[in-house]
Design a protein around this ligand. Structure first.
Ligand SMILES: Cc1ncc(C[n+]2csc(CCOP(=O)(O)OP(=O)(O)O)c2C)c(N)n1
Length: 609
């Protein structure tokens, strides 16, 4: 997204995420917060490329929501972005923000991930809008993503309510034409002191709940505004109520059907929906994931059909919508034309060549640890060949689960929590404090690669960098662990295999909570790290396969064999020169590539101490 003085009718191809950033920018947003998470991350990254907006990666989604709410009460427009599971973390503030209402407009973006392309579940966050009694907007493409975001700030201020803007992966990452408008920054409303509205102790909160409920009925009327509701009356035999990306699937599959496209999916414009229902013979709801609309409409006594024909799990697609209408009997099987399938070769996800997470998990496996893992690149250690993770549930869960497992007393080995630096700061710190407080006998491994690698390398408080690359205070992990009461804190370089094994073994033998911090920058962030690569000297390789157990994608089978077993080769183009395989090789067959690489713009031959 570019930020510049606009010629009025300029149009750009933007992803949904960039379009949301643009909508917020045009609406004059002053404060934008969030925590990275696919598919939401690029919204804040796009906003950080503009001026005039304070943008921050917050420590976690709850903090992001608090900062945004604070800014809103300070009288300016505020945006808060996160992936769907992030709203679970932020829910405590979100639910009560519905009671406090806002100052300047407050828009919360939930980027849901039907199909779980990069998530641990596919919860349908539309329910959060109903739960919190706040309006829910669902754009169906980039153009609407921009427009709905802009309008969301107006809705927020007009109804004194946080607005939930819900997108899905398809909307977030698909490009579409967006017409740009100028930035219009409303004057700050200033901070208005109003404890009865903003101090939610029971006596005041009890008075706010009726306000929340009466606001809902006003919002219900507003949901029928033309910006958010589109009637498309065509053939009356079939009517479809839909929203978001599903609107496009329906239009593609049943171009002649009548469609009621909802932009505001909570609260529902029930009168308009009833009127639409009267116009058509058979009424369907096409929606991804849960029967959110369908159940609300059935509760209103409307004869709608939906999940009986369309899956409740995973993403919908034109093919799935077509199949559904074939089952309905609206399309004949012959008319059902399957999209041509392009065969793809399945490729398992792997850690990167030179990833500093490899060796600690090799050690954990060798030491027979029971590993409560966490969410990040290192979760791939659960897969072959490392297979060194036993649990992974939600961000920050590793330490608490390790405490529980240790207290259960049934673990067949030492209990270890393995957690990335960003995840530790996000939700691991309270659990570490708890572990010390409970005198749990666990080891906590903090995999410090100096970035939030999984989501593309965003800075976090441990990095000492802001979202725009500026310098700020860096959190001292060692001091923090000690302050939490951990007596055994050991820092180690995970490229040093022997030292890493010793550090983890010592920590495991320590009575009580022990922390090992593995310090090594991610090889991909903030810049690609490439040292002189290694190669395999074929004459020396005895095909022992030890290096293969690292799971490094630069190492593969050779056509040459030794005693019937394949030898290995290293691809010098992808090898980062981390030295780990060379350390593990028993015959010294892995040696430095003879001519040092010099790649322009990369840190060739650097020391990574
Ligand atoms: C509540 C929640 N917020 C955000 C995410 C997205 N996410 C997955 S892992 C991760 C952090 C990874 O960083 P780190 O722990 O440092 O591990 P790394 O990937 O760098 O190894 C994030 C932000 C999520 N899964 N859940």
């Amino acid at each position: 997204m570019r930020q510049h003085v606009l010629t009025q009718r300029e149009r750009l191809l933007l992803t949904g995420n960039e379009a949301i950033a643009r909508g917020a920018y045009e609406a004059g947003v002053k404060v934008a917060t969030g925590y990275p998470g696919t598919p939401s991350t690029e919204i804040l990254e796009a906003l950080a490329r503009t001026e005039d907006v304070y943008v921050e990666w917050s420590t976690n989604e709850k903090v992001a929501m608090d900062v945004a709410l604070g800014a809103s009460l300070g009288g300016v427009r505020a945006l808060c972005t996160m992936k769907h599971v992030g709203l679970n973390v932020a829910a405590d503030t979100f639910m009560t923000a519905s009671y406090t209402g806002v100052g300047g407009g407050l828009v919360v973006v939930s980027a849901d991930d039907p199909g779980m392309h990069s998530s641990q579940n596919e919860q349908d966050n539309r329910y959060y809008a109903k739960f919190a009694a706040v309006p829910l907007l669902e754009p169906s493409d980039s153009s609407e993503a921009k427009e709905f975001t802009r309008l969301a700030f107006e809705v927020s201020e007009r109804f004194d309510v946080p607005v939930l803007l819900r997108i899905t992966t398809r909307i977030a990452h698909t490009r579409g034409l967006v017409e740009l408008g100028p930035r219009q920054e409303p004057a700050s409303m200033g901070y208005v002191r109003d404890p009865r509205k903003y101090v939610m102790l029971p006596a005041y909160a009890q008075k706010r709940h009726p306000v929340v409920l009466s606001r809902l009925s006003r919002l219900q009327e507003f949901a029928a505004s033309p910006e958010f509701l589109r009637w498309e009356l065509r053939d009356r035999a079939v009517g479809v109520i839909t929203s978001g990306v599903c609107y496009h699937y329906v239009r593609e599959v049943l171009p002649e059907a009548s469609v009621l496209k909802l932009g505001m999916t909570y609260p529902l414009p029930l009168e308009q929906i009833r009127a639409f229902a009267r116009e058509v013979e058979r009424l369907f709801v096409v929606e991804e994931l849960e029967p959110f609309l369908e159940e609300m409409l059935k509760a209103e006594g409307l004869a709608v059909e939906g999940k009986a024909f369309f899956p409740r799990q995973g993403e919908l697609s034109p093919d799935l919508v077509r199949e559904g209408f074939v089952r309905v009997g609206v399309l004949l099987p012959a008319e059902s034309r399957a999209m041509s399938e392009v065969p793809t070769t399945p490729r398992p996800p792997v850690l990167c060549p030179g990833c500093p997470h490899i060796v600690p998990f090799l050690a954990l496996r060798r030491l027979g640890a029971v590993v409560c893992g966490d969410i990040g690149c290192y979760t791939l250690a659960a897969l072959e060949p490392l297979q060194a993770m036993d649990t992974c549930v939600a961000m920050g869960s590793s330490i608490g689960m390790a405490v529980g497992l240790a207290k259960a007393g049934s673990a067949p080995g030492p209990v270890v929590a393995a957690i990335g630096d960003s995840t530790f700061i996000h939700a691991g710190i309270p659990a570490l404090v708890d572990a010390v407080y409970k005198q749990a006998d666990i080891t906590v491994l903090i995999l410090n690669n100096g970035t939030t690698a999984m989501t593309g390398g965003q800075p976090h408080p441990g990095t000492g960098l802001t979202i725009r690359g500026g310098q700020t205070k860096a959190l001292d992990l060692v001091a923090l662990c000690r302050a939490a009461g951990v007596e055994h804190v050991h820092v180690v370089d995970p490229y040093d295999i022997a030292a890493t094994f010793v550090a983890i073994e010592e920590a495991i033998h320590h009575q009580g909570v022990a922390v090992v911090i593995t310090n090594r920058p991610c090889v991909e962030a903030p810049v690609k790290i490439r040292d002189n690569p290694f190669i395999v000297v074929p004459q020396k390789c005895i095909a022992c396969q030890l290096c293969m157990n690292l799971g490094c994608p630069s190492i593969s089978w050779s056509v040459e064999t030794y005693e019937g077993r394949p030898k290995v080769v290293i691809d010098p183009a992808t090898c980062t020169g981390c030295t780990v395989c060379a350390q593990i090789c028993p015959t010294d067959a892995i040696q430095l590539f003879p001519s040092p690489r010099a790649v322009p713009g990369e840190k060739a031959g650097q020391s990574r101490g």
